[in-house]
Design a protein around this ligand. Structure first.
Ligand SMILES: Nc1ncnc2c1ncn2[C@@H]1O[C@H](COP(=O)(O)OP(=O)(O)OP(=O)(O)O)[C@@H](O)[C@H]1O
Length: 255
């Protein structure tokens, strides 16, 4: 299933938040949204997920989600949102409970996603026993368990320290390489964008409109740290964002 954003425009009261955002999110692609603080990235993600409706334009789903998808549009948040009293496997199976699946099917799905996120040995652990990176891997496993058509990822690594973030980026690349998924990935971090994004969308400051779309051709599995081509793209993205970010910053200070 592809997504097509057709002229998304929105205001909250007098605040114009998004203007005429038109964008294709093809199946199997990680599309990163970057842009200055307050430019409407999270708002756009909520529109894509159907949590809110835009004032103008529409989000179109083109084609059908996978036949066994239990939740076509699934979020991954910055702060994991795990239930502290449930084990790792209990947190993952939670999202399957309303679907009246046979017990063996649930066990099969949970075992599969825990293996894919390298958590099989920790299935009985409670969240408080896990590092931040492992908690986010549980959140990823939980998202994958419903076999989403598109994962909506809102700053999923920003609560983690830089080393853990590096490891999680490798995990995400490994997950995608073994079994490509579709994602809209909101981030402030241009290193993440160039490591994980097939397509990087730069939004202007508020009201967010598309300033530039950058395609990164290098396969995810071949993108290493210090890769000059990625650094060139990152530099280019920063140039595109810099003035917008400075102006947005000034607006916040002036407000
Ligand atoms: N429910 C709401 N009611 C009123 N204003 C809102 C609401 N949600 C967001 N806004 C405003 O819309 C603008 C865009 O917010 P949004 O959180 O989408 O930006 P963002 O690009 O994700 O920001 P950040 O990068 O700082 O997380 C901000 O000015 C915010 O205050």
């Amino acid at each position: 299933m592809d997504l097509y954003l057709d002229g998304i425009t929105h205001s909250y009261g007098d605040t114009d938040v998004l203007r005429d955002v038109t964008l294709q999110i093809p199946q199997g692609m990680v599309v990163c949204l970057v842009g200055p603080s307050g430019c409407g990235k999270s708002t756009l993600l909520r529109f894509i997920g159907g949590l809110e409706q835009p004032g103008g334009g529409q989000v179109l789903q083109v084609g059908a989600p996978p036949a066994n998808s239990l939740n076509p549009l699934t979020y991954v948040f910055q702060h994991f949102a795990l239930l502290p009293w449930r084990t790792v496997e209990g947190n993952v199976s939670l999202v399957l409970e309303d679907h009246e699946l046979p017990r063996e099917r649930v066990q099969g799905i949970v075992a599969d996603v825990l293996a894919r996120t390298r958590l099989s040995d920790f299935r009985k652990a409670l969240p408080k026993q896990l590092s931040g990176g492992m908690k986010q891997r549980v959140a990823l496993a939980r998202a994958l368990a419903v076999n989403p058509a598109v994962m909506l990822m809102d700053e999923p690594l920003s609560a983690l320290d830089s080393q853990t973030r590096e490891l999680l980026m490798d995990d995400l690349v490994g997950l995608w390489t073994r079994q490509p998924f579709t994602a809209v990935y909101v981030t402030h971090n241009l290193v993440e964008a160039v490591r994980l994004g097939h397509r990087i969308v730069v939004l202007s400051r508020r009201p967010g409109r598309i300033r530039e779309v950058v395609e990164v051709e290098r396969p995810l599995g071949e993108r290493g740290r210090g890769d000059p081509e990625l650094e060139r793209i990152q530099h280019h993205l920063w140039q595109a964002m810099r003035d917008e970010a400075l102006a947005a910053d000034q607006e916040l200070v002036d407000a």
